[in-house]
Design a binder for this molecule. Sequence first.
Ligand code: F3S
Length: 392
Amino acid sequence: MYLTPDEEKLMNGERGPTYQKAIEILAALGDIYGADRLIPIKSTQIAGVSYKTIGDAGLEWISDLKGKVVVPSILNPAGMDMECWREMGISEGFAHKQQEIIRAYEALGVRTECSCTPYNIFDDLAGFGDHVAWSESSAISYANSVIGARTNREGGPSALSAALVGKTPNFGFHLDENRVPVISIYVEPELHDSDYGALGYIVGAMIGDKVPIFELISRPTKDELKSLGAAMAASGAVALYHVKDITPEAEKYELPPEKITIEEKQIQEIYKSPYLNKGSDEPDLIAFGCPHSSVPELENLARLLDGKKVKKETWICTSRIIKDGNSALIKHIQRSGAKVFCDTCMVVSPASEKFKCMMVNSGKAHKYAPNLCGVKSILATTEKCVEMAVSG
Ligand code: F3S
């Protein structure tokens, strides 16, 4: 891969070992994937934040870096609510390590908001056609598909390297030819709410990392698209999808001849669960906000919980900026006894591991809860989740 004279200087260590390591990582990726050069990026979103996932080795790696990011950069969710971690049942030891991780990123100039929906809290991160380097799979999917920005599936180290250098190797989804859909997905039933998570759960498992184009008879909201993309990235590795007449690049493409049809009964199958049978463990955690809840999603939950009291542990995960900016709405939700947590989620926090069975309205959380938290999972609509939360 071609490096400019300034990039060569970084490679030769003229600005110190951190920048040298960063450009080595980018150049190695570029060489592996056949990039011609590095291209400037508008922002990064950096995964590898929860102490649960990166442990002491990750903390040490980040703490040893000395430099400053040169583009707006934001963190993925951490392993706990940075303020209400005691309420989550997080230990002092874990909290201390998590705080160290956040401080290490802060020292590098990274914004310490921990969110998988950065597009809902900052306007300066990604617009149509912008090149970015994001690393949380649902955020990647949203950036590529709903915003029309361009990002590869970055790992934490490659996103942080891109943040330090302000560039990323030019390959994969940065190039027009790799954004073309190769499979059509025709969806027969009308969908709403968590049906989109169920659809993503099914389609991701079927198509792996292919780029699909959907033909839908219903018109999804942005939150429903968020849910669809998150689930497809979890059950498969879909980083970009199009929806005919809806997503920004879809009109450029013909429908590819390879076609899958999704029927109503396939969607309903995902909602069926052996854990709802009598004698089985009942859900003991009801969790919303995967990906992090938007304001309209919080408003919907406030409406559904209005005048009710939850009788089961109920979590709603969102971004701190959204919580702080909507205090009346948050108080309305909290009156029901539901807990609103920020900076973290039911998957990346160890706090969910003490539960036996989680009920979620997210296809992504439904996929990950058993594998990453060791907790059984039931997928249900938002309304059914609220019904379960308030039932005795
Ligand atoms: Fe976000 Fe956690 Fe889900 S990081 S996408 S809420 S698994």
